[in-house]
Ligand binder design. Structure first.
Ligand SMILES: N[C@@H](CCC(=O)N[C@@H](CS)C(=O)NCC(=O)O)C(=O)O
Length: 208
């Protein structure tokens, strides 16, 4: 049995949890809550970076970084359950999908960094960073809106990551109306929301 350390609101972990389901590996992974800022010893012991998601594989190999974990799990699913091949398109189509994932990870970074800046600083958040992150999110949503026809029909690592990032914007910045600015993204997001494995990973608070 593998172990995935995750926190429910981590968008990186949500990507991984969606991939676990898409690859048919749910019964092979124990999804284990770990709140990194609470410093649970098992997490830092497994992953020196003390971050989620962290995957402890069956042979003891520990993987960190959602993009590495997702690719590992998709490969494992492909070889064992026969599911998950759609997650990484074949040949040169792999790169646009991974590029979309990288853009989505960047949007997640901008939001997560901003939240940490607000939560941990004793003084006011530095407006230069806040503005830089806001612009990165706005520009990237614009790129997705321009390109949406190229990925709307796919459910691969790139489109999954974009859907996770868009819903993370909703969760963390409820006033940031990407739908009004980029209506072209709305049908894509509606389709993503209809996917069972995306719905199943919607952040649920940890039971007490
Ligand atoms: N690039 C990493 C980012 C992971 C990450 O930053 N996770 C956050 C939670 S959303 C975390 O564990 N933060 C704790 C820390 O930065 O020490 C990934 O894709 O997995």
């Amino acid at each position: 049995m593998m172990t995935l350390y995750f926190s429910p609101f981590s968008p990186y972990a949500r990507k991984v949890r969606t991939v676990i389901r898409e690859a048919g590996l749910l019964d092979q992974v124990a999804e284990t809550h770990a709140q990194p800022l609470d410093n649970p010893p098992a997490l830092a012991q497994a992953n020196s970076l003390n971050k989620v998601p962290t995957l402890v594989c069956d042979d003891g190999l520990v993987l960190m970084n959602s993009h590495l974990i997702c690719e590992y799990l998709a490969d494992l699913g492909h070889n064992t359950t026969g599911q998950g091949a759609h997650l990484y398109p074949a040949g040169n189509e792999r790169w646009p999908a991974k590029r979309l994932e990288a853009l989505a990870d960047g949007v997640m970074d901008a939001i997560v960094n901003n939240r940490i800046e607000i939560a941990l600083r004793e003084t006011k958040p530095d407006a230069r960073w806040t503005e830089r992150w806001r612009l990165a999110i706005t520009r990237t949503c614009g790129v997705w809106a321009d390109e949406v026809e190229t990925f709307a029909a796919d459910w691969h690592i790139g489109s999954i990551a974009v859907a996770v990032a868009l819903e993370y914007i909703d969760l963390r910045y409820p006033d940031y109306d990407w739908r009004a600015q980029h209506p072209g993204l709305v049908p894509f997001f509606k389709t993503a929301k209809s996917k069972a494995n995306f719905q199943a990973t919607y952040p649920q608070p940890v039971p007490a």
